[in-house]
Write a protein that binds this ligand. Structure first.
Ligand code: ADP
Ligand code: MG
Length: 257
């Protein structure tokens, strides 16, 4: 059975999509079979793999709205062993529509369960909100990775996120423990970077795993999506590529321990 991991943080711009795209790719390059689900109506993970958002008929929206099975919307990517459930702006209506359904918080989980056995990892790119899509992601997940951008106010909103995760655990009996906290856009040479890292360690204490691997600020990571490729395929030598491969190795090693 595959492990379902949501990349989550309601803050925009903290590197969720970049992490989802490049971590999935790195895991596939480590010979894992991986599915990435784009759950953000902005569809940035979808375009990140060079898929045209506008002409998509089969998306995660068509699954959540009951028009398609998960199997029908999965498409291959240019990475061997890595498959994508794409998404586009059609998903933006889903919040309201889903809220009318009974058991609306477990619709994604049911869809994911259909295909879980075919993958080692299922990575969900979660939108920057604590709405119904995020609830669905939490219910569907076995664990979460929380990317935290190394900037002041990095931990703002973290209490709300943890509270939401707790509620899903308690009320819906669906715990998603934190697999790890990931420092992104991180520069250990700057005072700011080091300060935020210290703050994060203080906040989570020994309770949670903070990945040893940190993701540096690297312009190649930001450029790659405009070429419709994960950075790992766009520039193999870049510090961003190297960091995401290390992260994937760290993650796989955690499973083995
Ligand atoms: P989110 O999905 O959390 O909103 P993104 O992954 O889309 O965040 O990142 C926000 C912006 O920052 C994007 O333009 C992305 O290309 C860029 N970015 C993300 N991580 C890095 C990084 N480590 N170095 C440089 N740019 C990055
Ligand atoms: Mg995103």
């Amino acid at each position: 059975m595959g492990e379902v991991i949501s990349i989550i943080n309601q803050k925009g711009g903290c590197g969720k999509t970049t992490t989802a795209v490049n971590l999935s790719t790195a895991l596939a390059l480590l010979d894992k079979k991986v599915l990435i689900i784009d759950l953000d109506p902005q569809g940035n993970a979808t375009t990140g793999f060079g898929v045209q958002k506008s002409d998509l008929d089969f998306t995660i929206y068509s699954v959540l709205s009951g028009q398609n099975d998960m199997q029908e919307v999965i498409i291959p990517t240019m990475v061997e062993g890595l498959f994508l459930v794409p998404c586009n702006i059609s998903l933006s209506g889903a919040e309201v529509e889903l809220s009318r359904e009974i058991g609306y918080h477990s619709i994604l989980e049911e869809a994911v369960n259909e295909v879980k056995e075919f993958y080692d990892y299922i990575i969900i790119d979660v939108p920057p909100s604590l709405g119904i899509l995020t609830l669905n992601a939490l219910v569907a997940s076995d664990s979460v990775i929380i990317p935290i951008q190394a900037e002041y106010y990095a931990l703002e909103g973290m209490a709300d996120l943890l509270k939401t995760m707790n509620l899903v655990d308690e009320r819906l009996q669906s715990p998603s423990p934190i697999k790890g906290i990931l420092m992104t856009l991180y520069d250990s040479r700057t005072r700011l970077g080091r300060d935020v890292h210290t703050e994060v360690k203080k906040f989570f204490g020994d309770k949670e795993h903070i990945f040893k691997t940190t993701i540096p600020r690297n312009v190649r990571l930001a450029e790659a999506p405009s070429y419709g490729k994960p950075c790992i395929l766009y520039d193999q030598e870049s510090t961003g590529t190297i960091a995401y491969i290390k992260l994937a190795q760290e993650l796989v090693k955690m499973e083995e321990e």
